[in-house]
Design a protein around this ligand. Structure first.
Ligand code: ZN
Length: 136
């Protein structure tokens, strides 16, 4: 199954990745029924933000609450790899839970630009998720 992410969300995430470099940016993906319509930026509170990210649990909780109040759900999260490809790192795999969350990672393309790829979390790792854009 593919994940559908609004093109404006893909553009917003890669723009945040570029702005935040050389530190990793991060945030949450909101939507419903497998379609991401919104990216909510969060502070990267990891002590080593150049190579890792961490979203404070109270931020996650607050975003979950406000999403529910608007009839949306938190479908997953996004973060960036300022120096590397948009593939899960060992640290990312260690954080992956068997919750089926969508992880979007903005990283460097072979040409040196930014590109976004999506992954589905499972216990101890990720499965690649075909990413489909849509305009709205
Ligand atoms: Zn990562």
């Amino acid at each position: 199954m593919a994940i559908v992410i609004a093109r404006k969300v893909c553009a917003a995430v890669t723009a945040m990745a570029a702005r935040q470099a050389p530190e990793e940016c991060c945030g949450l993906l909101l939507g419903r029924a497998g379609t991401v319509t919104r990216a909510i930026p969060a502070a990267n509170v990891h002590p080593h933000p150049h190579a890792f990210f961490f979203i404070a649990p109270e931020v996650l909780l607050a975003v979950q609450r406000s999403a529910r109040a608007r009839g949306l759900e938190v479908l997953g999260c996004y973060h960036s790899h300022p120096q590397g490809p948009p593939e899960p790192s060992a640290a990312d795999r260690a954080m992956a839970a068997a919750d089926g969350a969508v992880w979007a990672i903005a990283g460097r393309s072979a040409e040196g630009g930014w590109t976004l790829r999506a992954w589905r979390a499972r216990a101890g790792g990720f499965d690649p998720l075909p990413l489909q854009g849509f305009d709205r």
